[in-house]
Design a binder for this molecule. Structure first.
Ligand code: PGA
Length: 248
């Protein structure tokens, strides 16, 4: 199975011109990276421009967020149908930076199920704020998974992606150790098997947080994840090219 690399550009770059240049570099790097599926998540305002010009197969597009309601008085929001109309095939749900801005577990539940109805792949982000000796982080992850997947039928789990992103590793110098990620991969699958049955094993799991060209391969091979969610390194054309090369 191809590895998945999500390029989460967050609120970058500043102009459409720069977004097109970054996308062109990403396209070239993705074309050369056999065995890697790249999902580019640009700011919503650039999504349609970038997707319109792209004719290849290696890259698909994601919205960084979308509202669960179909339409109405939600100033500043983007709907799932609008994201789909702009050629997104996936949507990030519950990113730590949105949870910090007030997005709740219950919001993630509504977004995940609305995304499945809209035929978009939900990329549900989970992750604890910090780690303590007592293993409290497992309780946090369990609750985020329970809420986010509460309305997902077992048959749809193969459409889901879970991105485990420990908040303390996002924007940090170093990622979590691949060995600890392996433990978390097993835990996440176990939790979903408990709630949804054996189909829980079909959920794809990504790691995110301080991934770059120096640590990506090790995280996939030793963390036993299907792929990576990359922030900073995805907006640096040089780093992202080397990251994809390391996985190809
Ligand atoms: P980072 O961000 O790669 O810059 O640490 C990851 C993320 O927030 O998705």
């Amino acid at each position: 199975m191809n590895s998945i690399v999500v390029a989460n550009w967050k609120m970058n770059p500043a102009t459409l011109k720069e977004a097109k240049m970054l996308f062109e570099a990403t396209r070239k790097a993705a074309d050369a990276a056999k065995g890697v599926s790249v999902i580019v998540a640009p700011p919503a305002i650039f999504l349609r421009d970038l997707s319109r010009s792209y004719k290849g197969r290696r890259i698909t597009f994601a919205a960084q967020n979308a509202h669960f309601e179909q339409g109405g008085s939600f100033t500043g929001e983007t709907s799932l149908a609008q994201a789909r109309d702009a050629k997104a095939t996936a949507v990030i749900v519950g990113h730590a930076e949105r949870r910090a801005g007030g997005e709740t577990n219950d919001d993630t539940r509504k977004k995940v199920s609305a995304a499945i109805v809209a035929q978009l792949t939900p990329i549900l982000c989970v992750g604890e704020q910090k780690r303590a000796q007592g293993g409290e982080h497992f309780t946090t992850i369990k609750e985020q998974l329970r809420a986010g997947l509460a309305d997902v039928p077992a048959a749809k789990l193969s459409k889901m992606i879970i991105a485990y992103e420990p908040v303390w590793a996002i924007g940090a110098d170093k990622p979590m150790s691949p060995r600890d990620m392996h433990e978390m991969t097993i835990f996440i699958h176990k939790m979903i098997v408990e709630s949804h049955g054996q189909a829980g094993m079909n959920v794809r799991i990504l790691y995110g947080g301080a991934v770059d060209e120096t640590n990506a391969l090790e995280m996939i091979s030793d963390g036993h994840v299907h792929g990576l969610l990359v922030g900073r390194a995805s907006t640096n054309a040089f780093k992202f090219k080397h990251l994809l090369e390391s996985l190809a």
